[in-house]
Design a protein around this ligand. Sequence first.
Ligand SMILES: NC(=O)C1=CN([C@@H]2O[C@H](COP(=O)(O)OP(=O)(O)OC[C@H]3O[C@@H](n4cnc5c(N)ncnc54)[C@H](OP(=O)(O)O)[C@@H]3O)[C@@H](O)[C@H]2O)C=CC1
Ligand SMILES: O=C(CO)[C@H](O)[C@H](O)COP(=O)(O)O
Length: 466
Amino acid sequence: MGKAQIGVYGLGTMGSALALNMAEHGFDVAVTNREADWIAPFMTEAGDLAACLQSFEDLQGFIAALATPRIILFMIPSGAPMDEMLERITPLLEPGDIVIDGGNADFHDTRRRVGKLSVLRLYYVGLGVSGGEAGARHGPSMMMGGSAEAWARIAPILTAIAARHEGSPCVAHLGPDGAGHFVKTVHNGIEYADMQVIAELYSLMRNGLALPPAEIGALFEAWNAGPLRSYLVEITAKLLSYADPETGHPMIDVIKDAAGQKGTGRWSVIEAQRMGQSASMIEAAVGARSWSSEKDTRQAAEAVLGGAVGAVDASPEVLAEAFLAARILAHAQGFRVLAAASEEYDWSLDFATIARVWRAGCIIRSALLDEIAVACEGDLPEGQLILDPGLAQTLARCVPALRQVVCSAVHGGHPVPALSAGLAWYDSMRLGHGSANMIQAQRDMFGHHGFERLGQAGRHHGPWWD
Ligand SMILES: NC(=O)C1=CN([C@@H]2O[C@H](COP(=O)(O)OP(=O)(O)OC[C@H]3O[C@@H](n4cnc5c(N)ncnc54)[C@H](OP(=O)(O)O)[C@@H]3O)[C@@H](O)[C@H]2O)C=CC1
Ligand SMILES: O=C(CO)[C@H](O)[C@H](O)COP(=O)(O)O
């Protein structure tokens, strides 16, 4: 075998699946891993594809096996491990080589690393990869941030291995430096919000309508055949059909109600706030995961405060409409954050391209993204999806259901942080005149901060200062 066209460093869940995907598409791939023990089992698992794979236990051998200028994809944790690997690998590289970070990286790190490597005339690419193990193996959605030169060189490989939506590859060059990792971060933020909405609807059906898991699963399955079609709805329907092999109980009932989180949801919220935005549904989802992890406190509080919940007055049809409204609002908040970042970092993000890249391969793929891709082709002031006539019409139809579900849930004592945050945002945004005049009056009265007057230029103070 000659020199490899690409090297993959990191043979964990994602790296091994991507390496096999590349080999399956006929690329010669060199692979290596920090712990050498993983390499032989990986080569065995590769079967016939091993013919396209060269494995190395040492970094020097791995680098020497690559055709120059080199392309190296890292699939490892993106914080300190990535910085450590860059320290080790850059002395072995030559100008023109490309280092791709395919992990879930903080885009600030990506921007810093692009600058650092450019001094050495190396290209650094921040590549958002979504789709989990199955996506990586058979077609992920990929969001590339970096230079046009680097994109031109890696595009043939990424395009070949990407998921396809009606024939179109779900990969694109979205902008310079951290743009790809930022878009992936917001993707995950929307993922958090959609998952939280699903969890809230599940809980309302379970505890407010007294439906058993299998029936709820059947409803999700039916929803997956209509406008709510999505990967997350599909897997929710599936997982609800499983029983625990140990106890025979529904599998969902033996899983501890304490959610993990690795950071991308939190980063979405932090970045939104830094830019003066509030993606309140993502915030609600991140917060709900944090509250969920306080299981001991919740159990103690239930004994003190009482944990009874009432019946919910909402049919499955109403819940489905509420879900669609909430899903649109979560995406609208995510796209607004993307628009703010595009402006802040001068990325010129193309929202239609982003929506198209998310239509297949990634965790948030859904029927709604088809509609959003079309909406983004039109005129969307500040990336506000709620101003798209088609989506606004769907919201007008479905928000009454969301209102009914939130009211009934609140009345019955059911926590619905994401659904209620979405509704509050919708209600705030549809009012041309809100309540912030009161905030401004208070700020001026206690701190002489001044305010703008309706219809008059300049800064004003209230008569309380006369
Ligand atoms: N799992 C998923 O669904 C997705 C994950 N990602 C991202 O992809 C990246 C990899 O994730 P995933 O494959 O799931 O993780 P795994 O835990 O399965 O694999 C981690 C890999 O990183 C290597 N690694 C860990 N620490 C270091 C280090 N300090 N130096 C060098 N190598 C190291 C591991 O090597 P060793 O075997 O020696 O421990 C292993 O190869 C992460 O950034 C993750 O956020 C992105 C999209 C989806
Ligand atoms: O990037 C992903 C999917 O798009 C990963 O699955 C990610 O790890 C999920 O985030 P978390 O572990 O915080 O729930």
